[in-house]
Design a protein around this ligand. Sequence first.
Ligand SMILES: Nc1ncnc2c1ncn2[C@@H]1O[C@H](COP(=O)(O)OP(=O)(O)OP(=O)(O)O)[C@@H](O)[C@H]1O
Ligand SMILES: [Mg+2]
Length: 347
Amino acid sequence: MAKVISLVNQKGGVGKTTSAINLAACLSIAEKKTLLIDLDPQGNASVGIGLDRKTFANSNIYHALIGQIPVTEGIYKSELPFLDICPSDTNLVGAEIELVGAMARELKLKTCIAPLLDMYDYILIDCPPSLGLLTINSLTASDGFIVPLQTEYFAMEGLAQLLQTVETIKGSLNEKLDLVGILLTLFDSRNNLHKQVSGEIRKHFGPKVFDSIIPRNVKLSECPSFGKPIILYDIESRGSEAYLSLAKEIILMEREQKIEEPVQELNEEPVQELSEERVEEIRDAIEEVVESVRELREETTNEAIVEPAQELREETKEEVEIPPVIEDTPASVFTEKTEDIETTKHS
Ligand SMILES: Nc1ncnc2c1ncn2[C@@H]1O[C@H](COP(=O)(O)OP(=O)(O)OP(=O)(O)O)[C@@H](O)[C@H]1O
Ligand SMILES: [Mg+2]
């Protein structure tokens, strides 16, 4: 089941598209089946990953959203074997307007991508720089969201409004929506202001800020014009290193969450059927136990009989009256009688 993640920030130029393309590419080289959905009418992610606008003009996310094609027809292969892309173009501007009057308009994307959930490990959605209907659709269809944040003075501006929008969506449309993390982008380690701002953001959001930081890196700004993600453009660049580290962080984060679940799963697991051999072994073991219990019971029963018998004997001993010794029985009585007998015999 795919984990669906939106890259969202209504501020423009903060690195949403750069992060969507490069994170998707890095997840895919970890052999995670990944789909990148371009939900921005600018279509930067579609071109940045190497697609030609002409190839998808009649078959992209816009056509899928308005129900003209099944979404699978709007999916294209990238240069990387585990990475696909669902592109967009300027038509998508129309979708914001066309969908306004539609039933359950906030759920259009969720319904549209439902058949894809079993096909991928990750689905990343690159959002436009606004909190309009497209972004709301994206957040409604997602399990989580990443906020790319440029380490500039006004970085936090607008964040409160974004988080407020998220709370509204969680309350009415998608209660599972979770902040996966805040991603510091366009970071210049030589710039004191950048260090100060990133420190402030970490202080405020703590563990919700990714450890991986995306540096300002000229290779990252060059690679879209070659239609390549950074790992195919310059694998040794600091940009590649940063996005590989981010992908690893996300994969590990999810693995940790899954480790907590098996305890429940274990309890719910059905009892496994036993082989005949095992049944025989268990039956023997039970018989042994029964036998030893029987022996134990017999021993206990004998003891129970013996015990009272001893007691009885002791009691009897106490009760038996020992005849008093008649001390003054004249020995002569016997002597006389014996003599009488002898006398009789002789006579
Ligand atoms: N880490 C980086 N280092 C250098 N240049 C970068 C970096 N990240 C993004 N850029 C460049 O900054 C510009 C804006 O980046 P990007 O398009 O990713 O932002 P965005 O948030 O998607 O913008 P928009 O809101 O317009 O969709 C682009 O020209 C891009 O190449
Ligand atoms: Mg963009």
